[in-house]
Each structure stands twice: as structure tokens, then as C-alpha cells.
Design a protein around this ligand. Structure first.
Ligand SMILES: [Zn+2]
Length: 277
């Protein structure tokens, strides 16, 4: 699933291609992708201009003249920017016909992605955006410490909770635990202020490095002539049975809350109780 760095990469790349374009018409080929009234969706988007693309957590926000289009790629959604004359692929489900003979096509093999039209003034106050915590880049140590103190869940589970911090999925939660040096089962409430500062820095560093490298996965992103070149050097995720880059110990895995956690049992110690702050 695309996480914050992948969605950020899609945002930056799409901006380059589509900003300033007018949407001339919209075709919905697989209706469940669009939440709400689909006739209104197609009517409202006609003749709107793509003014900007923002991101909140894993959501893309296409800012138009009068509306904001929210888009979540879920497992494998991606946007294709291609000439309108290109034959439409089987898995293209929503087509935005742009001026200049180009299309922006939403492509999604598994059809889990969703999009929805909002008015600008309602974006921040309604679900799903209102339920998201800040990006790790916008989080501060004090707030994060308060959130951790109130949470007895494993730190791995805490990191995946989009209402605490938005944008972290399974891959980066594993990498962040490794970078911070905490066993993924350590409870959030057992981390000291210093530990939480370390966790926040690890989150920001891992995500920042991944954005710089264009993200880890390539499935969620494709654009004319540009395909993801993105293979980040992961320290633990998907590396069970291989050697730790830091100490040489074998990386292991376990299931925590139905998700696979990968970690180094030597480098990542379980925090048993809250230390002095
Ligand atoms: Zn290690």
C-alpha cells in the first residue's frame, strides 16, 4: 500500500504534469470508485481547473476552482497522464479529459481506491480528513509524548494509527522502530520523553529519506514515460532471515495486530517500563 512517501511522490510528479489544466469532462467507468452522487461529480468537475495538489496523510487533495477532490489510492491505485487517443486500459476506472488532448486516468487493478468531491470549506471538518492526525513532519515532541502516555498499545500499532500521526503504513512503521531502536512490542506508554523524541526524529528521518528517494513501492505511481525507479534500501521490512545492517544478527518477524513486524532482536530492545524523564 502506498504510504506517505509514495503518495508525496505521486503528488509532486502529478503537479508537474497536470497543474493549470482544465478538466473538460469526466467519465466514470467503475462507479464504486466515486463516493457520493456520481452525476453531480461529473457535472461539478466539468470546466474546473487543477490549481494545486496537496496531501494529508495518504490522501491526495486536488484543489480546483470551486471544489476539492479527495483521492485515496488504497492498495494499488495510480494515476496515468496520457494522450486521450491512447486506448483505455481495462483497469482505468475514472477518466478526466483535460484540455490539450490529454487525459488523467485513475487506474486501479484491485478497485479499492476511492475519490470524493468536497467543498473547500468542508474538507478539514468532515471525515475522513478530520480524523487524521498531523504528518510526522508537523508533529512536536510534547504532543507526541502526551499521545504516547495515553496509549498502552505496542509502538508498532501506535505508529499505524492514522488518528495519532497520519501517513505511516506497515513498511515505514517497521523501519521507524528499527531506526529508533525499539522492539515493535514496546508499549507507547512506556517510552520516556527522550525515547519519544528519538521516535519522532526516526519517523521524520525515515520518511524524509524515503521521499528523497521517491518512495519504496512503484505500484502506485506511473506517469507518461516515468515509472518509479524507487527502491529504497530497507533495513528490516521484508528482510527476515537476512543479516542486520547494523549488527549482523538475523532479522526476524512476528505478527502484531494482524500485520507483519520485521525487526532485529539484538538492536531493538523491548522497553519494559517508563524511564526517568
Ligand atoms: Zn541488529
Amino acid at each position: 500500500m502506498p504510504e506517505l512517501p509514495e503518495v508525496e511522490t505521486v503528488r509532486r510528479t502529478l503537479q508537474h504534469f497536470v497543474l493549470g489544466h482544465e478538466i473538460q469532462s469526466v467519465e466514470i467507468l467503475y462507479p464504486p470508485i466515486v463516493n457520493g452522487d456520481r452525476d453531480l461529480f461529473t457535472q461539478a468537475l466539468s470546466h474546473e481547473h487543477l490549481l494545486d495538489i496537496d496531501r494529508r496523510g495518504k490522501y491526495l487533495l486536488f484543489r480546483l476552482d470551486h471544489y476539492v477532490l479527495l483521492s485515496h489510492l488504497r492498495m494499488e491505485g495510480k494515476y496515468l497522464y496520457e494522450p486521450s487517443t491512447t486506448p483505455v486500459e481495462k483497469h482505468s476506472h475514472v477518466i478526466f479529459h483535460l484540455d490539450g488532448g490529454m487525459d488523467l486516468r485513475y487506474h486501479d487493478v484491485r478497485k479499492f481506491g476511492r475519490m470524493e468531491l468536497k467543498l473547500p470549506e468542508e474538507v478539514d471538518s468532515t471525515a475522513p480528513i478530520k480524523d487524521l492526525g498531523p504528518d510526522p513532519f508537523d508533529m512536536d515532541e510534547k504532543t507526541l509524548y502526551q499521545l504516547c502516555r495515553q496509549s498502552a498499545v505496542p509502538i508498532k500499532v501506535f505508529l499505524l494509527d492514522q488518528s495519532k500521526m497520519a501517513g505511516i503504513g506497515n513498511i515505514y512503521a517497521n523501519e521507524i522502530c528499527y531506526r529508533a531502536g525499539w522492539h515493535p512490542l514496546s508499549r507507547a506508554c512506556d517510552l520516556s520523553k527522550k525515547d519519544v523524541a528519538c521516535l519522532l526524529k526516526a519517523s521524520q528521518d525515515v520518511l524524509h529519506e524515503a521521499i528523497e528517494m521517491g518512495g519504496t513501492t512503484i505500484r502506485s505511481f506511473s506517469s507518461n514515460g516515468i515509472h518509479g525507479l524507487f527502491t529504497q534500501r530497507l533495513d528490516v521490512h521484508g528482510r527476515d532471515g537476512e543479516s542486520c545492517h547494523r549488527c549482523g544478527h538475523t532479522i526476524t518477524k512476528m505478527t502484531i495486530a494482524q500485520r507483519t513486524a520485521y525487526f532485529c532482536p539484538n538492536c531493538q530492545k523491548r522497553k519494559r517500563k517508563r524511564g526517568k524523564t
